[in-house]
Design a protein around this ligand. Structure first.
Ligand code: CA
Ligand code: CA
Length: 267
């Protein structure tokens, strides 16, 4: 009799093991949804180094600070709000004889995809503690900056993006709008990046972030394509104008580390 019971138990165990994927999927979906709700909002602060890639050939390393607010939409996808503040610099002695110094503040909204969980099987996803994972993210936002190029030999101002004559512009990018003398330039930015998360406790994560920011301007380094005119020459100095469509745009990149805090309810 005991043998029969044992065989039945083995058969049930085998059936459960071979259960159709739909059953497993349903269970997993439930787990994912529950996890997401309990994970809640995450707020992180990070510090790192930046580099400016533009017309001046040698980027300098500068400090940057970041804010990350993340809200999970599922176990794999989250909404991200990115805030950044810092300085950028690059220099070139040959053609421009300039060093650019830029201060910026940036805000962008986008989404992140958890690559580790994406490529895990549903079974592993249920069992894994997910103490560490990689995410890829992309966002769209605005960068507000002020850039000045100085002479490498005399330290005199050569070009600047904001001055007594600078205006906001209409949608055509040329027609002046509003009062002169604006102190910062606003442009569209598209950050893309990879983030590594390491759970230190149920609420605290350590993260590393590698980011590239595409910026829709050639002025981030106060230097534009093939133009080394300066404030001392007849037509140079201010570069308030919008770049021509064929002009190469500038970009900046960062490498940072941070700590984040999870605000969700306890499981
Ligand atoms: Ca440039
Ligand atoms: Ca350029």
């Amino acid at each position: 009799m005991q043998t029969i019971y044992r065989r039945i138990a083995y058969s049930v165990a085998l059936l459960l093991y071979l259960a159709p994927p739909t059953t497993a999927q349903t269970t997993d979906t439930t787990v994912v949804r529950t996890d997401s709700l309990k994970a809640g909002l995450t707020v992180g602060l990070n510090i790192g180094v930046n580099q400016l890639y533009g017309d001046l050939s040698s980027p300098n390393i500068c400090p940057g600070f970041g804010l990350l607010i993340s809200y999970p939409l599922s176990n794999v996808i989250s909404l991200n709000l990115l805030g950044d503040l810092g300085t950028l610099s690059a220099q070139e002695s040959s053609f421009y004889n300039s060093i650019a110094k830029t201060s910026y503040a940036q805000v962008a909204l986008g989404g992140a995809i958890n690559l580790t969980r994406l490529f895990q099987s549903t079974q592993k996803r249920k069992l894994a503690s997910n103490q560490s994972n990689f995410s890829f993210y992309v966002a769209v936002g605005m960068v507000s900056f002020d850039a000045i190029a100085y002479s490498l030999t005399t330290n005199q101002v050569q070009r600047y993006t904001n001055g007594s004559g600078s205006h906001r512009t209409e949608e055509d990018g040329v027609t002046a709008k509003g009062p002169a003398g604006v102190s910062s330039t606003h442009e569209v930015v598209v950050p893309i990046g990879l983030r590594y998360n390491r759970q230190l406790s149920p609420r605290i994560n350590l993260y590393g972030d590698l980011r590239y920011n595409f910026v829709n301007t050639d002025k981030l380094d106060a230097s534009v394509d093939n133009d080394n005119t300066t404030i001392s020459t007849a037509t140079g100095g201010d570069i308030y104008r919008n770049p021509a469509s064929n002009e190469s745009r500038d970009a900046w990149a960062s490498l940072s580390v941070g700590l984040s805090y999870r605000l969700g309810k306890r499981r």
